[in-house]
Design a protein around this ligand. Structure first.
Ligand code: GCW
Length: 684
């Protein structure tokens, strides 16, 4: 049987009898009056999930009149104002934020009860999934007093899914959204998808590619989108669509899409009205404009601000948002690609409408295995911001390589931008606290497709899971998230938990080492970005060629982004600019990102740059080889189908780590002219 459709939500019977007894005692029955569609979901999840894990049907009990009549171990589930009065009287009224929840064990005389309560439906839903996970991961309920709420407003997936079901940068099959059979055919998978998202707190999704097709804004497609929105709504998820800037021409019959033209303004206003008539809680538009050939306001001599504000005005009457992507770089701009977004947007701070969010990729180039953080983080105090991460692995071995991405996300989130002095982490931009912003959050480019296990690589599920958890709270620890995911996915065997966690935690550094060590970047083979291609120099646009990024020559290697080069360092706060700007203080993982250095440059461990490069490639290979043997040591302790699948993929990964080393080191050797360092396996 194929593995993985139920993700981290397989609520299998607990195999620990003592624990099962303890939970059975803590939860003897449930009182809940399911209100509305969300209430029905909460009710079903708790009865089915707890019933299955505790191997005993969860009895539904009527509202107890008072504490005397209540059976011990009652699970009471309701928004605060619907809890039975006697329970409210013995609890202090808790302050529960929107979408948050409280799970608390309360004492009524001799009896203990478990209360799950919230201020709103979404909070109850998130609380239900948390309670299920606590049991699933063997956490104690005795004395529990857990108040949790999301630290961000927007926790969003971006699907780069086309209307014909191909997925740009998608490696897990085709799109799960079947526009052909919508709106009549409501594939049960849509609800399963929403459920999985809700279980980790994701509350928004843009279901169409940012390289967008205007068709999705026509009446028939709006009806299809409405069917999806209706399915997502009870799971607390708002639907967004991508808006093609030239839509007024393509589907509206106008001869211009100039954002200042009254006809264009009227067209978008009417379109917004049409959308909200069908989807009253429509989230808004996600827009990629004037980037990589997409149409935008600059086609009419207007700015990004003018384009974004025009769309924002159209959506404002209905409470919708415009999410404008900062991923712009132009073929006409000869400046370092890494600088262009900051140059374009930073001066516009404070000039966007309140309902415009700027969506900024985690780094200034493009989802590389490692990048310094994007200089825009913290640099626009007046502008609501979303950090964009890629959950799909465009530059990280697709769905073939095991790379635990929350480790990467965490590194970015914990980076200090120094914009408001020490402690100005990206996490504080994401949660809005750095500049006191009510609207902020995280967007992740989905790795989901029609594959039975959703993500292709079984461990891709952990990336989806971890993205949701970090969007909920950007200060969570990636190791803790890994542990949660392993327990929920593979069970609680301590050997499995600790070994798989260790393997996941070192997987990210491994890929950096065997693909792009010491700050190298974008040396992937042409356009598909799978495998090495540092020699590629075939595109008319220089910034699409790897040679543009590594700049290897007989003297050395690396991109000079200091004042003698593109001076991209100057876009960071002075503390970072200084640290990155001097090779002596620049963290070695960013060395070749910011500096062009001689082949014999001395690294901190005494090796030359050339030797160090080879040794890093080797280290990457060695780590993967260790990951494979550690995995093989778990044979028999894991579901067989998942075990074999991952084993085969790790085999490929090991082979390809070697491929990367051979390809890159042989190529760079044509410049360095030096022998391979001792300790590096010679090329095959
Ligand atoms: O990562 C690059 C991808 C493009 C993508 C673009 C973007 C959707 O190679 O496929 O287009 O970024 O983020 O807009």
């Amino acid at each position: 049987i194929p593995w993985g459709y139920d993700l981290w939500l397989n609520f299998e019977p607990l195999d620990d009898a003592r624990l099962k007894d303890a939970y059975r005692e803590a939860i003897t029955g449930m009182y809940m009056e399911p209100v509305g569609a969300t209430g029905q979901i909460v009710y079903r999840e708790l009865t089915e999930g707890l019933g299955s894990m505790l191997e005993r049907p969860l009895e539904s009990l009527p509202a107890p009149a008072g504490m005397k009549s209540a059976e011990a171990g009652l699970l009471l589930v309701a928004t605060w104002d619907r809890l039975p009065r006697f329970i409210r009287e013995i609890m202090d009224r808790p302050e529960i934020p929107a979408e948050g929840f409280l799970i608390r064990q309360v004492r009524a005389g001799e009896k203990k009860h478990l209360v799950l309560t919230s201020a709103d439906d979404a909070g109850l839903l998130y609380g239900a999934y948390r309670l299920l996970r606590l049991v699933q991961t063997h956490q104690p309920l005795d004395g529990i007093d857990l108040l949790d709420a999301p630290k961000t407003k927007l926790r969003m997936l971006n699907h780069w899914d086309n209307l014909d079901r191909t997925v740009e940068r998608g490696y897990a099959g085709f799109s799960i959204f079947n526009w052909h059979t919508l709106p009549e055919l409501r594939d049960p998978r849509y609800a399963d998808y929403a459920r999985a998202n809700a279980s980790v707190g994701i509350n928004a999704t843009a279901v169409t590619n940012v390289n967008s097709n205007a068709l999705v804004l026509t009446a028939p497609y709006i009806r299809k989108a409405k069917a999806l929105a209706d399915i997502f709504r009870p799971y607390g998820i708002r639907l967004y669509l991508t808006a093609r800037f030239s839509a007024p021409m393509e589907i509206g019959g106008l001869e211009t899409a100039d954002p200042l033209d009254p006809r264009v303004i009227a067209w978008w206003a009417a379109k917004a009205g049409e959308l909200y008539a069908e989807i009253p809680d429509f989230g808004g538009f996600l827009v990629k404009a004037n980037s990589e050939g997409q149409p935008g306001p600059q086609n009419y001599g207007r700015s990004h601000r003018e384009g974004a504000n025009m769309l924002a005005d159209a959506l404002a009457p209905y409470g919708g948002n415009v999410i404008w992507r900062a991923f712009v770089y132009s073929e006409e701009d000869p400046d370092d690609r890494a600088k262009q977004a900051y140059t374009e947007f930073a001066p516009e701070d404070g000039k966007f409408r309140e309902n415009v969010l700027l969506q900024v990729k985690n780094g200034p180039i493009d989802f590389q295995p490692r990048e310094p953080v994007h200089p825009l983080f913290g640099a626009m105090p007046e502008t609501p911001m979303l950090a964009e991460f890629q959950i799909t692995k465009e530059y990280l071995g697709f769905a073939t390589h095991l790379v635990y991405l929350p480790r990467l996300f965490e590194e970015v989130l914990q980076t200090d931008t120094y914009r408001e002095g020490p402690g100005s982490t990206v996490a504080r931009v994401v949660d809005g606290s750095l500049h006191d912003k009510p609207l902020s959050g995280m967007a992740g480019v989905a790795n989901i497709g029609t594959d039975i296990n959703w993500t292709g690589h079984p461990f891709g599920q952990a990336d989806w899971y971890g993205f949701g958890r970090l969007a909920w709270d950007p200060n969570l620890d990636s190791g803790d998230i890994a542990e949660e995911w392993i327990r929920a996915t593979f069970g609680n065997n301590p050997v499995v938990v600790s070994r798989v966690q260790a393997l996941m935690m070192r997987s990210r550094e491994a890929v950096v080492n065997y693909m792009t060590p010491l700050g190298l970047h974008h040396i992937f083979d042409s356009s598909h970005h799978y495998g090495p291609g540092p020699w590629v120099d075939e595109h008319s646009r220089p910034e699409w060629n790897p040679v543009y990024y590594h700049q290897a020559d007989s003297l050395g290697i690396g991109f000079d982004r200091t004042s003698t080069g593109s001076n991209a360092v100057a876009q960071y706060a002075p503390e970072l600019a200084e640290r990155y700007g001097d090779p002596a203080t620049c963290p070695e993982e960013f060395l070749l990102w910011f500096h062009h250095l001689p082949w014999d440059y001395k690294l901190r461990d005494g090796h030359t740059l050339w030797e160090g490069l080879g040794l890093k490639y080797q280290e990457g290979i060695d780590t993967v080889s260790g990951m494979l043997s550690d995995w093989q040591g778990l044979k028999g302790l894991l579901p067989d189908a998942a075990y074999r699948d991952v084993e085969m993929r790790l085999g490929i990964q090991l082979q390809e780590a070697r491929w990367w080393k051979d390809a890159c080191m042989l190529y760079f050797q044509t410049f360095s002219g030096r022998e391979f360092p001792e300790g590096m396996e010679p090329p095959a």
